[in-house]
Design a protein around this ligand. Structure first.
Ligand code: KIV
Length: 280
């Protein structure tokens, strides 16, 4: 696709149904991102999610996916200590959860880590720009590369991960013009999230883009809401509640048929038993 200049469509999935729908809708790539922590597990940021959590969720995603290429995120704490730790964690995601590649956050500083993981035969997607696992060091969820020095640093990071063997790089929250220039300079695809249309492909968080959250939640400015899953689910659940309360659910078509004769006989037996019990 990259060689044919065909945009690559990537979406996150965090469990079996979200992976099933993403794959059925024709996604080229599915990312089991550590955004899982915030959008699916209710954590405050991505840092609390563990490698065990990622293995569980990646496994449920790969069970559902038939055609998309599945990438699993290495969560914070599973790859930073040294390249050996990164290789061990990546092997877990491949062997236990059957992902086809891993993603890790970092540029120049993680080149040797990327090299070690790719040398072990595991494809790596790098992630530069806004790297949510380092939000404390970055001063929060802020766009990156907005100054000349910042943009040059991003280019340096992009070259470093490419040279280290990453086959793709996610560019997050970067001005579109800078992302487009970086994309042109690389010989591996870039996947943008908040990085404009000059990237080789795009990724979004499924729960955000399908609108599976109540109104009033803060959304990054790059998110486009393509559906209103929350409203549709809520409408259905409210109707279910109403029908349980007014006994219109379950209706006859939701129950199992039985011969009337069997019911009558059963009723007779129950009645006989109760009258026997009351005589004793
Ligand atoms: O964790 C995630 O979902 C991600 C994407 C936002 C790129 O890293």
């Amino acid at each position: 696709m990259y060689k044919k200049n065909e945009p690559i469509a990537m979406l996150t999935a965090h469990d079996f149904p979200s992976a099933y729908v993403a794959d059925s809708a024709g996604m080229d790539m599915v990312l089991v991102g550590d955004s899982l922590a915030m959008v699916a597990l209710g954590m405050n940021d991505t840092n609390a999610v563990t490698l065990d959590d990622m293995v569980l969720h990646c496994r449920s995603v790969t069970r559902a996916v038939r055609s998309a290429f599945v990438v699993g995120d290495l969560p914070m704490g599973s790859y930073e200590i040294n390249p050996q730790q990164a290789v061990q964690s990546s092997i877990r995601l491949v062997k236990e959860a059957h992902v086809q590649a891993v993603k890790l956050e970092g540029g120049v500083d993680f080149a040797s880590t990327i090299k070690a993981v790719t040398t072990a035969g595991i494809p790596v997607v790098a992630h530069i720009g806004l790297t949510p696992q380092r939000q404390n060091a970055l001063g929060g969820f802020r766009a990156q590369g907005k100054t000349v020095a910042g943009a040059l640093k991003l280019l340096e990071d992009a070259y470093a991960v490419q040279e280290a063997g990453a086959f793709m790089v996610v560019l997050e929250a970067i001005p579109a013009e800078i992302a487009a220039i970086i994309t042109k300079k690389l010989r591996i695809p870039t996947i943008g999230i908040g990085a404009g249309d000059g990237c080789s492909g795009q990724v979004l968080v499924q729960i955000d883009m399908t609108g599976n959250f109540p109104s009033g939640r803060h959304l990054p400015k790059f998110v486009k809401k393509y559906a209103n899953v929350w409203e549709e689910s809520k409408r259905g659940i409210e109707q279910y509640r109403e029908e349980v309360k007014n006994r219109s659910y379950p209706a006859k078509e939701h129950t199992y048929a039985i011969d009337e004769e069997h019911v009558a006989q059963f009723q007779r037996l129950v009645d006989e038993q109760s009258s026997k019990n009351s005589q004793e």
